[in-house]
Design a protein around this ligand. Structure first.
Ligand code: EPU
Length: 337
């Protein structure tokens, strides 16, 4: 297994920040990954597991071993009258998996079309968009434990999935590497078209199918979110904050375009994008970084900048949103300082 010293991560993070790893390796099998974990030359170094690098903010070089699992393959492991179960390698590009599912007329992940990143990260942050979350389709997550090299399988119930959250970001954080994810997809899916302007976009197509829903979602994403090939970003930089209903009601009374999504009787989720826009940040540029002109939740990198600049901008945004609305924003991206 090749381990590369002093490796550039510029192409491995969608922000496109020019940082380096002391060592980098991309194991293609569970066995190669196991060997790497127990290679004495690297065992004492800090380790970082990277998927597609689409949710990472590197603020400095990484003084350790960066591991990017490239375990590929999509395997049908079970089929019933209603469902198929697929075992998908952590290194499969997420949208290749979605395209494969839609091509086979299997439903469940079509609303998550065009999300950048790898399958291995999908359970970690429970990726979500347009009324669907990865957790709706994930049945099991197969991992390798860093400390012992043992394999461990988590059932969906054990993953403690929440909004952009799971046990892999909490109790098991940094202690394992996802190798495969098992998805249950429906052979007779019920399509979810109610989020935002999905229905409106779908009217441009003659019928509503898995294929046209995927096309509509891709079209919406292309309109609102920057293409990482053209403009560096990590998608949403912040999570949508959960706030007391009383505070949300006050904010809604002052801003007719403010919306709220109920969580329980006392709390609601607010769109961070609206708060950031109302605080005047949308389209603002600070040197090499800025706030996207079409989606205020996205911090962009125009090139030649550093992760520290993006982090500094995010702090200013947080501070100003807090001062203006009393709402504390939290980053959604993983920050490596
Ligand atoms: N809005 C604004 N200004 C903007 C953008 C949006 O006021 O610049 C308002 C919209 O009017 C709307 C609300 O904010 O009422 C929600 O906007 P949108 O539907 O675009 O979604 P979001 O809450 O901003 C979340 C996810 C996205 C996902 C979209 C669509 C998070 C942190 N982000 O964004 O996920 O694509 O919903 O489902 O939950 C990501 O995680 O990287 C990501 C892009």
């Amino acid at each position: 297994m090749t381990v590369y010293p002093d490796y550039s991560l510029k192409k491995l993070n969608t922000f496109g920040f020019d940082v380096r790893a002391k060592f980098f390796a991309a194991p293609e099998t569970i066995e190669a990954l196991g060997e790497l974990l127990f290679d004495n030359r690297y065992a004492r170094l800090p380790q970082l597991v990277l998927g597609g690098g689409s949710n990472m903010l590197f603020c400095a070089d990484f003084d350790g071993l960066v591991i990017q699992p490239r375990i590929t393959g999509i395997e049908k492991i079970e089929e019933t009258a209603d469902d198929v179960y697929l075992r998908v390698g952590a290194g499969v590009v997420w949208d290749d998996f979605v395209a494969y599912a839609v091509q086979h007329h299997w439903g469940g992940v079509e609303n998550l079309s065009f999300i950048p990143g790898h399958v291995g990260a999908s359970p970690v942050q429970n990726i979500g968009a347009y009324g669907a979350e990865a957790k709706d389709s994930i049945r099991q997550v197969e991992c390798i434990l860093k400390a012992t090299g043992e394999r461990k399988v988590f059932t969906a119930g054990e993953c403690a999935f929440g909004y952009r959250d799971s046990i892999f970001k909490q109790a098991w954080r940094g202690r394992l590497i996802v190798t495969h994810v098992i998805f249950q997809l429906a052979k007779h899916p019920v399509l979810r078209t109610h989020y935002g302007n999905v229905e409106e976009e779908l009217r441009k197509y003659p019928e509503v199918t898995l294929q046209t829903l995927r096309k509509a979602i891709i079209a919406i994403r292309r309109k609102r979110l920057p293409d990482p090939q053209e403009l560096g970003s990590a998608g949403s930089f912040f999570k949508n904050p959960v706030v007391p209903k009383k505070l949300a009601d006050e904010l809604i009374s002052k801003d007719p375009r403010m919306t709220a999504y109920p969580i329980n009787v006392d709390y609601v989720k607010l769109p961070a994008a609206r708060l950031i826009e109302q605080a005047g940040w949308k389209g603002m540029r600070a040197g090499a970084v800025g706030v996207h002109s079409r989606q205020a939740l996205v911090i962009v990198h125009y090139g030649g900048g550093t992760g520290k600049e993006a982090l500094a901008l995010s702090s200013l945004i947080c501070q100003s949103v807090y001062e203006k609305f009393g709402v504390q924003l939290e980053p959604e991206v993983n920050i490596v300082e």
